[in-house]
Design a protein around this ligand. Structure first.
Ligand code: G6P
Length: 614
């Protein structure tokens, strides 16, 4: 949700902090701030709005050359969006500054305790108590090291945190700690950078140490150490990042979402790379530790995810049940974590999360493991919390996704789930020939997506005609139903227009009451076997005045007679890849609608790329 950055080294910290915040902005973007320690003073600039406004303010008022500092970009939870509530926050008296992600659940209790000790508070946030707790422990035991002070402070805290702190008495040290909110240390030469997300450090170093829950780190220019309260000093593992800096740059595109839509042929190719068996009839996944006997013994699969990843799992359910004949349940992670679902033995659980940090998905993972089920992950983020907490899994390799509305991460999840359907099918109930056809279809996918992207201009002109409508219904059957859900979600997320999805034939059981000449119905009619049924449903809404946009994949003239707009995608595609192609026009449609309505495509209101609070 929020983004944290901190720098300690030889360079001017403000430039690195502001640059880091720009790269973290997709995580949260209602206000931002930085604090630099210089000549014994904590110098701060904060502002409401985007990081560019902060950058401007820093250029105007902040000619500081300090080489240590922290910064934050906020997505408000406690306290409205204001400069006062923006981070960094300070201890009363101003000796310590902190930035915090997460929620301090018992902050009122801590606040009452500290108020009794004569501490004053200046913001409405839960985070401010952390700064005063640090000050309290420092005053109580002034000889303690900074990391022990932080450790003692956190003993009072219930909730979640990624925290970074600097203090006037510790001129070359940042202390950080994490519990359920990501933090990492980027290792440089004579400098170190702490951040909540690798995108903030990728331009400075490729060597990264991820903190685990319960760990506290002391970070100085030339070294760092990690401790826990129960183990003392911890041995850390350094990971090499596989990102290029160009992944974080916009290049010739106007928006990250647009860039990421057009990167899909590559991201899908990357999801498949090295994952076909030599005989060309199946897939293999190095990170999935399942023997043929174990694949055979699986009685049920359970997928847990949130948002777009949940829609990908629903598509996966249709494909896995169709081809591998394994029953699949898909649950919202936020529901699963609290509902004590009855699971049968021999259930294999998958959690799917592009960021690998979504707190509900992480909690679902922990719940399933607590009950003794093996849990695999599908994630785009190497080294993320979910990647490290699962028993095995599959990386998406889609590259960094910056646009808050997920596009390439979604289609790479769909690709992996389709490959997983083939993997399970070939281990159970699919012959060699059918396997080869499936592989052939998957290999053709990047080329087909490339062709589909050529519809961009047509889809823009359709969006121009419909951009002032306020009610959109998305209709699809079977695997196209979750694709319709994804189309509706994309539209909602970035245009704020109401879009809702239904299974096409359910329309007449209620939603048809919504239909008027002010409605636009988008039918995903890309299953030939259901074309006639869909045509009847189209007639039903046409008769009630709705505008109809149909996404079809055949040349039949029947569509022309009843639809206002027809978007033709590649025909004759294997059902295992059809949903992946069908979603592309919906992504483009939402994108152009948002641009035409002057919406902030990459930073839609109220949303955050990764939701690390409940
Ligand atoms: C947030 C984002 C969604 C995303 C969901 C799950 O709500 O705004 O775009 O689908 O989190 O994210 P994950 O990283 O777990 O896939």
């Amino acid at each position: 949700m929020c983004g944290i950055i901190g720098y300690v080294g030889q360079k001017q910290a403000e430039t690195i902090l502001v640059d880091g915040l720009k790269r973290l902005e997709y995580r949260g973007y209602d206000s931002a701030g930085i604090t630099i320690l210089e000549d014994g003073n904590l110098c701060t600039v904060k502002c409401v709005g985007k990081v560019n406004e902060l950058a401007q303010k820093v250029r105007n008022d902040f000619p500081h050359s300090g080489t240590i500092g922290i910064g934050h970009t906020r997505w408000a939870t406690h306290g409205n969006v204001s400069e006062k509530n923006a981070h960094p926050h300070f201890s009363d008296g101003g000796n310590f500054a902190i930035v915090h992600n997460g929620i301090i659940e018992n902050y009122l209790h801590i606040k009452a305790f500290l108020t009794e000790k004569q501490y004053h508070f200046y913001s409405e946030t839960d985070s401010e108590v952390l700064a005063n707790l640090i000050d309290y422990h420092h005053k109580k035991e002034p000889f303690l090291s900074f990391s022990v002070i932080l450790q003692k402070s956190l003993l009072h805290v219930e909730g979640t945190y990624g925290i970074a702190a600097i203090g006037k008495m510790f001129p070359d040290e940042i202390v950080v700690a994490r519990k359920s909110s990501p933090l990492l240390i980027g290792l440089g030469d004579g400098e170190n950078i702490i951040a909540s997300d690798v995108s903030a450090v990728a331009r400075y170093t490729k060597r990264v140490v991820y903190l685990n829950d319960g760990e506290i780190a002391s970070v100085r220019p030339d070294n760092f150490s990690v401790t826990t309260s129960y183990e003392g000093t911890v041995n850390t593992v350094c990971h090499e990042l596989d990102w290029e800096i160009r992944d974080t740059e916009l290049g010739d595109y106007t928006h990250y979402m647009q860039k990421e839509i057009f990167e899909q042929p590559i991201s899908i190719e990357n999801a498949m790379r090295g994952r076909f068996t030599e005989d060309g009839s199946s897939t293999k996944f190095g990170g999935l530790p399942l023997s043929p006997q174990e694949v055979h013994a699986i009685e049920r699969l359970l997928f847990c995810a949130c948002g777009t990843a949940y829609h990908a799992c629903l598509v996966g359910k249709y494909l896995i049940e169709k081809y591998a004949r394994i029953p699949v349940d898909v649950e919202y992670a936020s529901e699963f974590r609290y509902r004590n679902a009855p699971l049968q033995s021999n259930t294999l659980v998958f959690v799917v999360s592009q960021s690998g940090e979504t707190i509900d998905t992480l909690a679902a993972l922990e719940e399933a493991r607590r009950k003794g089920y093996p849990v695999m992950g599908i994630t785009n983020t190497v080294g993320s919390t979910i990647a490290r907490a699962t028993d095995g899994g599959i990386y998406q390799h889609a590259g960094l996704e910056v646009g808050v509305a997920s596009t390439k991460a979604f289609t790479s999840q769909l690709t992996i789930l389709s490959m997983l359907a083939l993997f399970f099918a070939r281990g159970r109930d699919m012959d060699d020939f059918a396997g080869q056809q499936y592989v052939h279809a998957l290999k053709s996918l990047p080329g087909t997506i490339n062709e589909t992207l050529k519809l961009d201009a047509q889809i823009r002109s359709i969006a121009e005609q419909y951009c002032n409508y306020e009610r959109f219904l998305f209709l699809g059957r079977q695997a196209m139903y979750p694709i319709a859900m994804e189309g509706a979600l994309k539209l909602k997320e970035i245009t704020y227009v109401h879009g809702e999805a239904f299974p096409t034939a359910e329309m007449k059981h209620g939603p048809i009451a919504l239909i008027s000449d002010q409605s636009v119905c988008i039918f995903i009619a890309t299953q030939r076997e259901l074309a006639e049924k869909t045509m009847s449903n189209i007639q039903e809404v046409k008769a009630r005045g709705a505008k109809v946009i149909a996404i079809v994949n055949d040349e039949s003239p029947i569509w022309e007679s009843s639809c206002d707009e027809i978007i033709r995608i590649a025909g004759g595609c294997h059902p295992g890849i059809n949903p992946i192609i069908s979603v592309i026009p919906l992504q483009l449609f939402a994108y152009h609608m948002a641009v035409l309505r002057n919406c902030d495509v990459d930073r839609p209101r109220n949303l955050a790329k990764s939701v690390t609070v409940e």
